[in-house]
Design a protein around this ligand. Sequence first.
Ligand SMILES: Nc1ncnc2c1ncn2[C@@H]1O[C@H](COP(=O)(O)OP(=O)(O)OP(=O)(O)O)[C@@H](O)[C@H]1O
Length: 388
Amino acid sequence: MNFWTRLGQKFQTPKVALRLYSSPHCTNRHVRIFLRRGSLQVRAIATPADTTEGFEEMIASTKRKYYMLGGKGGVGKTSCAASLAVKFANSGHPTLVVSTDPAHSLSDSFAQDLTGGLLVPVEGPDSPLFALEINPEKAREEFRTASQTNGGTGVKDFMDSMGLGMIAEQLGELKLGELLDTPPPGLDEAIAISKVMQFLESPQYSIFSRIIFDTAPTGHTLRLLSLPDFLDASIGKILKLKKKISQATSAIKSVFGQEENKEDASDKLEKLRERMVKVRELFRDTGSTEFIIVTIPTVMAISESSRLCASLKKEQVPVKRLVVNQVLPPSASDCKFCAMKRKDQMRALDMIKSDSELNSLNLIQAPLVDVEIRGVPALRFLGDIVWK
Ligand SMILES: Nc1ncnc2c1ncn2[C@@H]1O[C@H](COP(=O)(O)OP(=O)(O)OP(=O)(O)O)[C@@H](O)[C@H]1O
């Protein structure tokens, strides 16, 4: 029997001697052997170029993986993200679920207070599950405070006294403070994600092998994707100029024996920019990251998902799965409304098959359930239906 025809077949451990050999036709495949409930199972594991498999593939590695769930507002991103987090934790993966959506709903979804911008343990799952609601406004405030205390008038007064008022005016024109008062679109989301990246560098976070981002609706995601380039192009230039000026200032200060400024807003922005570059790299890392699009079966939502998918692909963000949430189950009753609605949904689902962006994705259908999904037991229930 050809080896590849055996994939997925179960063998009883004591009776089988396995001999694995590679097939010349399948050079991009990996093989993993699962030992579950006393039986051995041989599986082909998807590689970036390969087709997606199910939940087993999502939990197969102990290496840290990032899942970003995004889509149109109100389609069920948070419910899907929270249910995936519960399922990961119940499968033995210490998991962190992070909301970077300024309008957080993780607390509502878990029926637990997760506010405060710190890690909060979620009660219920078998392995550790923590949630974190990042407050982008608060994070931005930190930069603004730094800008006010270390930049601006203090530097200007000092430079005036040195007869360098002209340079100080130029410095003022760089408007770093204003940049933070009227941030470019996507900056909030960027600060939120980069803050998580900063957290993840600390040993306290090393236990998490699965990290899920419940992101803000599509528009934010698209702007976020283009933000690192924006930061490189504009803030990068501003920072270079500001650095030159501050180097000149500190040279003067050291001559006159004055203390150097502590970390100021531009240092923080520089760090933000560096972290954003890391975020961009992470977004594109097929080995560790996956963006999952969540949608509902309506023409409008699917059209938006198609555009999102095209943008993600253009930015080389790995996207393999499409969750179509709130699909009406076939109705046994003669409810005309239900029949019409389902027919409408089926038409929208057909759109996916003919959509060149979406039709290559692994389609996951999640039914519209008749109760509100709140709390760990409900999320476990949803997770068992969606993530298979
Ligand atoms: N499959 C489903 N069946 C029934 N109700 C659902 C389902 N999925 C989500 N819901 C409900 O729909 C509402 C919106 O869900 P959710 O908050 O997960 O969406 P969202 O996309 O994260 O929204 P937002 O963009 O506002 O953050 C919630 O009340 C949730 O319980």
